[in-house]
Design a protein around this ligand. Structure first.
Ligand code: FAD
Length: 642
């Protein structure tokens, strides 16, 4: 048996992005001794990369805004598949969470009269995104870190130890959630630098690990987003919801190849940037779907007037929800009207003076100058879709963020499902992670206070350690014998498979091909072998991450094959319409092996069982916020009748 350090905590938070840090602050403030674990350095989470802003109906720039309008926009964006109670709580509580950040020291951009400024974004009826230039995530994380340090200083004054009640374990990876019977008993992980194993025992675990983008070849996500939390929950017995919904952001860089996929923020369009094809035409006017026709400008003049007079004009179609814009770009490129490097043109240079561009979009200016040698104040950018966000995630209770079926397990942020339905609106992730991060921390602390301390099963710890060590002795592993596989090679094949066969436009036979390929890769991944030792060994880290990416990818492919319609982030070429009969159907993925794979029963035929579930009916007072004519376009026949 390997040497494993052990510690006891009340709440363990896996992930130190916005959701994890907000959860940790809440749990600690409610009296729980709280540990936070993250793969990279403290402060370097995905959240830090967020550019555009935090959506919250504060009504600072347009007083017409309130939570009901935000709720409506969110439901429309998600094509009514959102877990409506989450969308309600989110819209109601987001403003409070932004003001709270300000009291903790966040410095937002201001309006002329000194209030927090708010900018336009796709799918939001009013200017709603509180922002700090195009570096909002950095300010959010900086503020939460500062709050954590201030809590640690308080603890030092009382106990003489900064980390007595709130401790961050950085550069550590969790590979298993441990269980005592049906409930959570802690986590097993390793230090990335030393390779040493550890167990943190706790009655409550909050999973806040972010997204899954690294399963796709072209992505805006960084190396950390290998779907770990999704897989940890699955393996612990919690189901995943609606994994077919993966958001392809319409505007990633397409050139040069080394930076393909890096995000070009939606603020570029929110602030006036327009999309053109190779013929110079603003093609988005030709792609306004019926459900949005009344809300979007029908001519360029009207769209342009909207920026100065939004009360008397409709917004330009460049600001349609992301799924619509991504599909339109894809169609233009396919029709041969793309840019030289396979994207389309995004232009601010003819729309704003150079100094305004540099002031409002400083990161974009530097990004293009440094990475592509393009001066966006003088020429158009080339952009195309990039895998950006996963709407699917751990099935949670809307109010408490408790993961379904596993007492003591909670989830918040991108890893949790339900909130965004089939498509997330820009800005709604930062607000989501603040609202539900707080709720997860609160309920995890309550759970820990009310629960007897769990018992950690030594056999589970041994199995988790053996699983983690397997890449060092991969040769000849069952079920296929042979030399070890290179984890980087398997990863590349996985990314190519997901990109080509389960990407932005999906077809039945391609997804079947993808599932067959995933089964093959799963077998090969079990033989992913590494050389050397456990001290900072990136090949080993990747070999372990492969299990997670493959599990999650199988969920995405299975659910995408099952949903025979197009909705939000899921587009089927062979079922191109949005079907009202699918409106109230959730697809749920669970593990077929109830031991969570600890018995090593990885089979070629797959591990994921998929089932259909009917969604909870939307509460009548929330339905009453919409016009009947609009509901008719979305709701299933029987729901309308009810
Ligand atoms: P993350 O911030 O992704 O943090 C996850 C944490 O989990 C990290 O600390 C990571 O190290 C840790 N972790 C992962 N696996 C493990 C493991 N096995 N063990 C231990 N720790 C682990 N959204 C908006 O609302 N507005 C925007 O303007 C915006 N801009 C964006 C720009 C870019 C370039 C990108 C990529 C995304 C953007 N988003 C935006 C989306 C948003 O940033 C993310 O959805 C959000 O930050 C996710 O936050 P999170 O707290 O859920 O997870």
């Amino acid at each position: 048996m390997s040497v494993v350090d052990r510690q006891e905590w009340d709440v363990v938070v896996v992930g130190a992005g916005g959701a994890g840090l907000r959860a940790a602050i809440e749990a600690r403030e409610r009296g729980a001794r709280t540990a936070v674990i993250c793969k990279s350095l403290f402060g370097k989470a995905h959240t830090v990369m967020a550019e555009g802003g935090i959506a919250a109906a504060m009504g600072n720039v347009n007083s017409g805004d309130d939570w009901k309008v935000h709720f409506r926009d969110t439901m429309r964006g998600g094509k009514f598949l959102n877990q409506w109670r989450m969308a309600e709580l989110h819209a109601q509580e987001a403003p409070q969470r932004v003001w709270e950040l300000e009291t903790w020291g966040a410095l937002f951009d201001r309006t002329k009269d000194g209030r927090i400024s708010q900018r336009n974004f796709g799918g939001h009826e009013y200017p709603r995104l509180a922002h700090v230039g195009d570096r909002t995530g950095l300010e959010l994380i900086r503020t939460l870190q500062q709050k954590i340090v201030s809590l640690q200083q308080e603890d030092f004054r009382e106990t003489g130890d900064y980390e007595s009640r709130l401790k961050v374990f950085q550069e550590c990876t969790v590979t298993r959630v441990l269980k005592d019977g049906p409930r959570v008993s802690g986590v097993f992980g390793y230090e990335r630098e030393s390779g040493r194993f550890f167990v943190l025992e706790a009655p409550a675990v909050v999973v806040a690990t972010g997204g899954i983008g690294k399963s796709f070849k072209v992505t805006s996500n960084s190396w950390e987003y290998t779907g770990d939390g999704h897989a940890l929950a699955l393996l612990a017995g919690a189901p995943l919801l609606n994994m077919e919904f993966v958001q392809f952001h319409p505007t990633g860089m397409v050139w040069p190849p080394s930076v393909k996929g890096i995000l070009v923020t939606e603020s570029v369009r929110g602030d006036g940037g327009v999309l053109r094809n190779s013929e110079g035409r603003r093609f988005m006017f030709g792609y306004i779907p019926d459900v949005f026709k009344e809300k979007y400008a029908q001519s360029e003049d009207e769209g342009d007037r909207w920026y100065d007079d939004p009360d008397h004009n409709r917004r330009p179609p460049e600001l349609l929800p992301r799924d619509e814009v991504a599909r339109a770009i894809n169609a233009e490129v396919k029709a041969g009207r793309g840019s030289p490097h396979g994207g389309v043109f995004l232009d601010v240079s003819t729309r704003m003076p150079a100094e305004v561009i540099k002031r409002r979009l400083p990161s974009m200016y530097h990004q293009f100058k440094e990475l592509a040698d393009v001066d966006i104040t003088a020429e158009a950018m080339e952009v195309g879709p990039t895998c950006h966000y996963v709407m699917g995630g751990i099935a949670v209770d809307s109010d408490s963020a408790a993961a379904r079926g596993v007492p003591g397990l909670f989830a918040a942020g991108e890893v949790a499902g339900g909130m965004h339905g089939s498509n997330r609106l820009g800005g709604n992730s930062l607000s989501d992670l603040l609202v539900f991060g707080r709720r997860a921390g609160w309920h995890a602390a309550d759970h820990a206070a009310g629960a007897a301390r769990p018992r950690v099963d030594d056999a589970q710890v041994d199995t988790a350690a053996a699983e983690a060590l397997r890449p060092f002795s991969a040769e000849g592993e069952e079920p296929v014998e042979g030399p070890p596989e290179n984890p980087y090679g398997v990863h590349q094949e996985l990314q190519q498979t997901m990109n080509d066969l389960v990407g932005i436009i999906r077809r039945e036979h391609e997804m079947e091909q993808a599932l067959a390929k995933l089964a093959e890769l799963r077998v090969r991944a079990r033989r992913a072998g590494v050389e050397g030792h456990r001290q900072f060994n990136p090949g080993w880290h990747l070999a372990l991450d492969l299990r997670n990416m493959l599990l999650v990818s199988e969920c995405v492919a299975r659910a995408a094959l099952e949903r025979t319609e197009s909705r939000g982030g899921h587009t089927r070429e062979d079922h191109s319409a949005m079907e009202r009969s699918w409106r109230n159907v959730n697809l749920v993925c669970a593990l077929t092996d109830p031991t969570g794979g600890l018995a090593g029963t990885d089979s070629v035929r797959g591990q994921i069982a998929l089932s259909r579930e009917t969604t909870e009916p939307i509460r009548p007072d929330l339905l009453a916020l919409f016009e009947k004519e609009e509901l008719v376009k979305y709701l299933a026949e029987e729901e309308l009748y009810d």
